[in-house]
Design a protein around this ligand. Structure first.
Ligand SMILES: NC(=O)c1ccc[n+]([C@@H]2O[C@H](COP(=O)([O-])OP(=O)(O)OC[C@H]3O[C@@H](n4cnc5c(N)ncnc54)[C@H](O)[C@@H]3O)[C@@H](O)[C@H]2O)c1
Length: 278
């Protein structure tokens, strides 16, 4: 993000931002960018994350109320939407930046998943988008012409073994975004996923082998890996009125990784490696 004052792209818009835990969180960077562009919003995270994280500081900096909500609990989500209605009336944008796999955390390999944890992975990381939209509509707080963005990862399309059951969760998340997007389109509401490159955050670094995934992507993407702040800038455009007809898309924000085969640098390195072995 440049040091400019912003462009007023979100002036007068209100939103809900899920998933800011600490200042490395992509949602944290998005909240700062949205504020800079003139938006008002509420921040939400799981009660345990509010205890362990530093969200209060972001709430103060952006003048945003904080509403606790464990998205795996339907009642919590409904309660949150009621509170949002009291705080803001309606909302023009929602950011879903929530992901968690107990199997990855507890080092359960994909062929040996704990099924309760597998359900939790899918529930917290994907089905929660459905719940959020369902209860937002039920409380009638989603304004016409609004925009919803959920953060995804290319594991939805291509298997990265260390990403394990999160590959499945992201595939489901992207499908829910399309499915809901088709139903909300009659009110001009867009629903998209942004497929972000590996980014050094708390969730990212919790994945075994994350550093090699980060370096692999960095070496292949012609523009290199985008930072969390660059992801924030992109999300601002999607929340703004400049992208009114973009919906039901999975939008890659990855420096060109998804359409690149391999970089010259990596080919040269591999050729040398194999030549040394002969
Ligand atoms: N870091 C990366 O490399 C990367 C790449 C692509 C996509 N993403 C996605 O971006 C999003 C944000 O992740 P991040 O990397 O900023 O890490 P992060 O750890 O900062 O954010 C994940 C958030 O999910 C929240 N969460 C977990 N369980 C929850 C629950 N039950 N209820 C409510 N919230 C809950 C956590 O408290 C945390 O704030 C995730 O969807 C992640 O999968 C991350």
């Amino acid at each position: 993000m440049s040091e400019s004052k912003g462009y007023g792209l979100l002036k007068g818009k209100k939103g809900i931002i899920f998933g800011a835990l600490d200042e490395r969180s992509i949602a944290w960077r998005i909240a700062l960018a949205c504020k800079k562009e003139g938006a008002d919003f509420v921040l939400s995270n799981a009660p345990i994350a509010l205890r362990l994280g530093t969200l209060d500081a972001l709430g103060e900096e952006t003048n945003a109320p904080i509403i606790p909500c464990d998205v795996s609990d339907e009642e919590d989500v409904e309660k949150l939407m009621k509170q949002v209605k009291e705080e803001l009336g309606g909302v023009d944008f929602i950011l879903h930046a929530i992901g968690m796999s107990p199997n990855i955390r507890k080092k359960k390999e994909y062929k040996d998943l704990n099924y309760n944890w597998y359900n939790q992975t899918l529930d917290i990381s994907a089905i929660s988008l459905h719940k959020v939209l369902h209860f937002a509509e039920k409380q009638e707080i989603l304004n016409d012409g609004g925009s919803v963005v959920a953060l995804s990862y290319i594991g939805a399309q291509r298997i990265f073994s260390k990403y394990s059951d999160m590959n499945d969760a992201k595939a489901l998340l992207e499908s829910i975004a399309r499915n809901y997007g088709s139903r909300l389109a009659e009110r001009g509401i867009r629903v998209n996923t942004v497929s972000q490159a590996p980014t050094k955050t708390s969730a990212g670094s919790g994945i075994k082998g994350f550093d090699s995934m980060y370096t692999f992507a960095e070496k292949i993407a012609p523009l290199g890996n985008p930072s969390a702040d660059e992801c924030a800038d992109y999300c601002v455009t999607l929340f703004s009125d400049l992208t009114k007809k973009v919906t039901m898309q999975n939008l890659y924000h990855d420096g060109g990784f998804v359409t690149s085969g391999i970089s010259e640098e990596m080919i040269d390195g591999l050729v040398k490696l194999y030549a040394d072995e002969e």
